[in-house]
Design a protein around this ligand. Structure first.
Ligand SMILES: Cc1cc2nc3c(=O)[nH]c(=O)nc-3n(C[C@H](O)[C@H](O)[C@H](O)COP(=O)(O)OP(=O)(O)OC[C@H]3O[C@@H](n4cnc5c(N)ncnc54)[C@H](O)[C@@H]3O)c2cc1C
Length: 420
């Protein structure tokens, strides 16, 4: 639903379209923030504009289950118009530039937009192309190379596991902002292949220097892995994929290691969209440079960011988005409408559920400075069946039935009005 205020047919000049709130990205963060802004009655929907080029919204968390053979890809996608709050404006052309001094946004088709408040929620891009040969092998249906980080490659991983007849399995991880997600597919693959009695040799190559960034969970996962015969190789970064051969680089010494493989899972390097740095909004890594406790941009008081594209120094997860959303909304309303300073409320809460088998999940929950912040400590001293049931059945329900309606408050449960 695109509304042009004015188009001059003579000079081909297109007048800017104004919105009170512009949201770049209609992923988990963009959707959650727009749904809560509308539900809490802060704005009429027509005053909010979302920029999102994709026609389908993806519940990316579900791609782990697709790869693990626990659900079909169709249950992880819905058309954008079915999940967006009613009557918010949608621009389906990618944003290419922001001018934060002039409060303007430019999209790829040359259209200009203006805003009072800007929320950047553009996620991260998955950079398979930065690993030489990776895309060629991922796209080749015959090559035993897949990845849960993209739905088609997640379907391929599921098929690879079903058909695998034994040999050497390699799982590669670049430096990642959420270490729990990659471990899921390692354990799920192990479970399915052991159940079929397939003889396997498992190797995980991580660029990071530990199994998991939080010592408690690193210990639990490390022990489970060694019980299952999974070998970890730390500080190794995948740089090239060939037919049944991979090349890793030691991140410190730069020494190269080669290995053969019969099954390869790749976690892609991830990076923020280039328009963020090009527009002068990025930190040194190109993430939107926001204050870690308020989510407000460090230079522009009417610019905000949350989710994977933000500089918030915590694990990038949907669970973190659920915790960030109400704080961002509260601070946006306080600073803009009430002329009060933002509150430093966000303490970095995030959570990473890790499937350790197809019956149990280890729920890791923590905040800034690696501090534990557990909601169900009794079920979090090890992997647990209760957490498994929550992750497999309740979280997808909460996402599709509550979150998209602005009703999901993450670990605060169902939200009633949470105004300022
Ligand atoms: C395989 C996998 C498993 C995961 N498992 C879990 C889990 O178990 N628990 C958990 O909490 N989290 C999990 N996550 C993480 C979670 O999915 C992300 O943290 C979450 O989706 C981040 O939301 P976001 O809105 O920041 O980014 P996204 O959901 O990626 O949305 C970003 C949106 O911005 C749009 N966009 C990008 N560039 C532009 C542009 N230039 N103009 C306009 N729009 C643009 C994109 O099209 C996209 O729709 C998982 C992720 C993956 C991939």
């Amino acid at each position: 639903m695109r509304k042009l205020n004015y188009v001059s047919l003579y000079g081909f000049t297109v007048r800017a379209i104004h919105s009170q709130v512009a949201i770049i990205g209609g992923g988990t963060a963009g959707l959650n923030v727009s749904a809560q802004l509308v539900r809490d009655g802060h704005f009429i929907p027509q005053q909010i504009r979302i920029f999102e080029p994709y026609k389908m919204h993806a519940y990316q968390t579900g791609w782990t289950m697709v790869g693990g053979g626990m659900c079909k890809v169709e249950s992880t996608m819905k058309p954008m118009e079915k999940v967006l709050p009613k009557n918010v404006c949608l621009s389906d052309c990618p944003v290419v530039r922001i001018d934060p001094e002039q409060n303007t946004i430019r999209t790829m088709d040359g259209q200009k937009y203006t805003y009072d408040q800007l929320i950047v929620a553009s996620g991260v891009q998955r950079d398979y192309a930065s690993i030489k040969g990776a895309l060629q092998q991922l796209e080749n249906p015959e090559a035993p190379v897949g990845s849960i980080y993209y739905y088609r490659y997640a379907q391929k991983i599921n098929k690879m596991i079903k058909e695998f007849e034994g040999g050497k399995l390699i799982f590669s991880e670049p430096p990642t902002k959420c270490e729990g997600i990659p471990s899921n597919i390692v354990f799920l693959t192990h479970e399915r292949l052991s159940n079929r009695g397939v003889k396997c040799d498992y190797h995980v190559y991580k660029a990071n220097d530990c199994v998991f960034g939080i010592p408690k969970y690193a210990e639990i996962l490390g022990e489970l892995a060694s019980e299952k015969g999974i070998h970890w190789h730390l500080k190794k970064r995948l740089i090239e994929v060939q037919d049944h051969k991979v090349i890793f680089e030691d991140v410190e010494t730069k020494q190269l290691y080669t290995s053969d493989y019969d099954f390869l899972h790749i976690v892609p390097p991830q990076k923020p969209a280039s328009f963020i740095a090009d527009s002068g909004l990025g930190d040194s890594d190109g993430y939107v440079n926001v204050h870690p406790n308020t989510l407000q941009h460090v230079r522009y008081a009417n610019v905000w960011a949350l989710g994977d594209c933000s500089s918030l120094p915590t694990s990038k997860t949907a669970a973190a988005v659920m915790a960030q959303t109400p704080i961002l909304i509260k601070n946006l309303i306080r600073t803009w409408k009430l002329k009060q300073p933002p509150l430093s409320e966000y303490q970095g809460y995030t959570s990473c559920p890790v499937y350790t088998s197809n019956k149990k999940v280890l729920l890791a929950e923590f905040k800034y400075n690696k501090e534990l912040d557990e909601t169900f400590p009794v079920f979090q001293s090890s992997d647990s069946k209760v957490m498994y049931l929550m992750k497999k059945h309740f979280f997808p329900f909460a996402y599709w039935q509550l979150m998209v309606r602005g009703l999901w408050g993450g670990r605060d449960g169902i939200r009633l009005f949470k105004g300022v």
